[in-house]
Design a protein around this ligand. Structure first.
Ligand code: C2E
Ligand code: CA
Ligand code: CA
Length: 348
């Protein structure tokens, strides 16, 4: 196909095939001269080895699978097909189909983890977290299905479901549990969603349908996604801000951040990654890092929230350091809507 080539080697053994694969890759490592430019290409290579009765179509399919594995492993390598690869590919395909089915059968549900002000102790909002009631495997966490959903694009309908449900729910809770300030809802948004030019208008439509105020919605974007300078992402982030929704930089501190980009990004809230909260009790280094993050956020006029707060001691340290908000098992786990409502009722 356009950028894929097949090499058929007859009368050889695996080591012969590997020898050819290595020669091809080595040759491609040399730069090409195009006019005045030197350009480099990399290739990934998959090898399948057929016996006497191997079918051509199967050989090609297996080589293809091996090539994708090689790509995943980094650029410029080769992989030899083994039957386990097709088992893995089949398992993924099955999962993808099950997610589609699950969407149709309404097996997905949103849970909510309360977020608390460290100054007043008041609940200020919740983070929406996706859960899957799998018909055979029981309740599944995102780690079981978000990866495949992102790769296949199924995260788009899933993300829409979470946003709509979370906004609908929050609108109700704002009436039931009024406070000094209306409760807010945080919703995770993945790179795949941000790459779509329609995202902002879809968010706008959900706000209209549910009647939730834009400033009650915080969209959480991971640090690595937000730092991606791809044009579409920057554009979508700006459009979202123009709608009036808030932006959260999730998992802050574990990715790579450009201060220049941080300064220019329309971020409202910095979420300190849970690996730092975890170290707060014991590690003076983590304490310094968290202190620096909070100072940086202050200087940029951005609020801070710490995630993964599991002990009273961690919460106390964060309060001392001037962190605004916290969430974690110390306060509450992610809860199904009914239990979350009970928590909001108790902690009004
Ligand atoms: P995240 O956005 O960093 O979400 C926080 C995760 O930390 C949640 O895991 C939550 O259950 C867990 N957590 C909360 N408190 C504590 C604590 O005190 N200690 C520890 N160790 N963990 C705590 P969960 O629900 O399994 O979600 C995992 C990830 O899946 C999320 O990480 C997020 O990246 C993704 N995810 C969840 N829901 C959605 C969604 O609707 N859309 C998208 N795109 N991603 C989602
Ligand atoms: Ca999050
Ligand atoms: Ca996080």
């Amino acid at each position: 196909s356009g950028d894929e080539f097949t090499v058929l080697i007859e009368d050889t053994d695996p080591s012969g095939a590997i020898w050819v694969a290595e020669r091809i890759l080595e040759d491609l490592r040399n730069p090409f001269t195009l006019g005045a430019h030197e350009v480099f290409v990399t290739a990934s290579l998959g090898v399948s080895i057929g016996g006497g009765r191997a079918r051509p179509a199967h050989l090609l399919r297996d080589a293809d699978l091996a090539m994708y594995r090689a790509k995943e492993g980094g650029k410029g390598g080769y992989e030899i097909f083994d039957p386990e690869m097709s088992a893995r590919a089949l398992a993924r395909l099955r999962l993808e189909n099950e997610i589609r089915q699950g969407l149709a059968n309404r097996e997905f549900e949103v849970h909510y983890q309360p977020k608390v002000s460290l100054k007043t102790g008041a609940v200020t909002g919740v983070e929406a977290l996706l859960r899957w009631h799998h018909p055979e495997r029981g309740l599944l966490l995102p780690s079981e299905f978000i990866g495949v959903s992102e790769e296949t694009g199924l995260i788009v309908p899933l993300g829409r479901l979470v946003l709509r449900e979370a906004c609908r729910q929050m609108r109700l809770w704002q009436d039931l549990y009024p406070g000094e300030r209306p409760l807010v809802v945080c919703v995770n948004v993945s790179a795949r969603q941000l790459h779509r030019p329609e995202l902002a208008s879809e968010v706008g439509r959900v706000l209209e349908e549910t009647g939730l105020a834009p400033e009650s919605v915080y969209l959480e974007v991971t640090e690595s996604v937000a730092m991606d300078e791809a044009l579409e992402i920057s554009r979508t982030l700006r459009q979202l801000k123009r709608l009036g929704v808030r932006l959260v930089l999730d998992d802050f501190g574990v990715g790579y951040s450009s201060y220049a980009r941080l300064k220019s990004l329309p971020v409202d809230l910095l979420k300190i990654d849970r690996s730092f909260s975890a170290g707060l009790g014991e590690s003076p280094v983590d304490r310094e890092i968290v202190a620096a993050m909070i100072r940086l956020a202050r200087a940029l006029d951005i609020s801070t929230v710490a995630e993964g707060v599991e002990t009273a001691e961690q919460a106390a340290r964060l309060r001392e350091l001037g962190c605004d908000l916290a969430q974690g098992y110390h306060f509450a786990e992610p809860l199904p809507a009914e239990a979350a409502a009970a928590y909001l009722e108790r902690n009004r």
